[in-house]
Design a protein around this ligand. Structure first.
Ligand code: F6P
Length: 357
């Protein structure tokens, strides 16, 4: 009898169910007896012993269903070593529940923070397999994370729809795309939708360069400008601040987000009518696109193979279009950022997309 626990942690995405289905189908096809424990609402379920015994039927019909049938929550990695409000040691509690259920291993689906805790559990002696989920695509060691492509589709459509109204009204539109630390989603959605300006955390911007782009377009008779702006876009001025001073700035910040600050500056400097659109969590909602369904089915199947072969302590990655097991200790805590000198940025600049730098 193979006993496997599974949990989804951190922000959700469209393809978590598809990935779990891949794992479970792979196990059921290849192992005679499997017992599956689904921990509810992320690590919370593992800490407090909140789980459901699942059958293969729970995973039927969920390939196309967004969200996660197990629920999710954020338990920041740095809080894992802090006792809870009743003094409970969270790491010991997770180990206790794992051993109590006599699990052979845990399948953990989530982003960077989730991965760090998965690695911590590995260090504590538990058998874990991690599957890289995030619309941000910022997990080191895999070419792509699941959720990313589906989110690109949504963000792209959001910007596509803005094009027509921006052109009709001769307005400047800032569409704020998710991603506090990395700009993969903004860059891809921006290029896919023909944005004129793309602002990402990895390339600090100068507001005057964005003004130049707007004015250049106006001179060319294009009275509108589309700016794809990441949540974590940062000006050159702010990027020069010390961590302490930047934190202070954010504490006294009066704008809902950076897009609104940029909008105010652009209005003052160009006199243009500027509008901000924030698709927000819609980018994580709805069904996975076909790319993510295939990706998750492959990653899930590869995870099942790794479980059966007892290759614990790995992330299942996609490298050069093939699945690959990467040791968690090699990737946990590393962030995969956009390379400002990379060819994709060069190509985008070559066709006239401004990064405000
Ligand atoms: O899961 C990643 C992400 O969607 C980021 O792109 C975004 O900045 C953040 O999560 C939003 O977090 P929350 O869902 O907690 O508001």
């Amino acid at each position: 009898m193979l006993k496997i626990g599974m949990l989804t942690s951190g922000g959700d995405c469209q393809a978590l169910n598809a990935a779990m289905r891949g794992v479970v189908k792979g196990l059921h096809e290849n192992v005679d007896e499997v017992e599956l424990y689904g921990f509810l609402n992320g690590y919370h379920g593992l800490i407090y012993g909140d789980y459901r015994l699942l059958s293969g039927r729970d995973f039927s019909g969920i390939l196309t269903k967004g969200g996660t049938i197990l629920g999710t929550s954020r338990t920041p990695f740095k809080m894992m070593r802090e006792p809870d409000e009743n003094g409970l040691d969270k790491v010991e509690a997770m180990k206790h529940n794992y051993y109590k259920l006599n699990l052979d291993g845990l399948v953990i689906l989530g982003g960077n923070g989730t991965q760090k805790t998965a690695n911590l559990l590995r260090e504590e002696g538990l058998n874990v397999i991690h599957l890289p989920k995030t619309i941000d695509n910022d997990i080191w060691g895999t070419d792509v994370t699941f959720g990313f492509q589906s989110a690109i589709d949504i963000a792209t459509e959001a910007i596509d729809r803005i094009h027509t109204t921006a052109a009709s009204h001769n307005r400047v539109f800032i569409v704020e795309v998710m991603g506090h630390k990395v700009g993969w989603l903004t860059l891809n959605a921006g290029v896919a939708s023909g944005a004129d300006v793309v602002l990402i955390p990895e390339i600090p911007f100068d507001i005057n360069k964005i003004v130049d782009t707007i004015e250049k377009r106006n001179k060319e008779g294009k009275g509108f400008t589309i700016i794809a702006c990441a949540e974590g876009a940062i000006s050159k001025k702010d990027a020069k601040l010390s961590k302490k001073d930047y934190k202070k700035k954010l504490e006294n910040y009066t704008y809902p987000s950076v897009s609104y600050e940029i909008a105010e500056q652009l209005t003052k400097k160009t006199g243009a009518e500027v509008r901000v659109v924030v698709p927000g969590h819609a980018q994580r909602g709805g069904n996975p696109d076909p790319y993510d369904r295939v990706l998750c089915t492959r990653l899930g199947a590869a995870a099942a193979m790794a479980i059966i072969d007892k290759k614990w302590g790995n992330m299942v990655a996609m490298v050069n279009r093939a699945t690959k097991l990467i040791p968690l200790e090699k990737v946990a805590g590393k962030l995969k950022q956009v390379d400002p000198k990379g060819t994709m940025i060069q190509e985008a600049k070559y066709i006239g997309i401004s990064f405000g730098d």
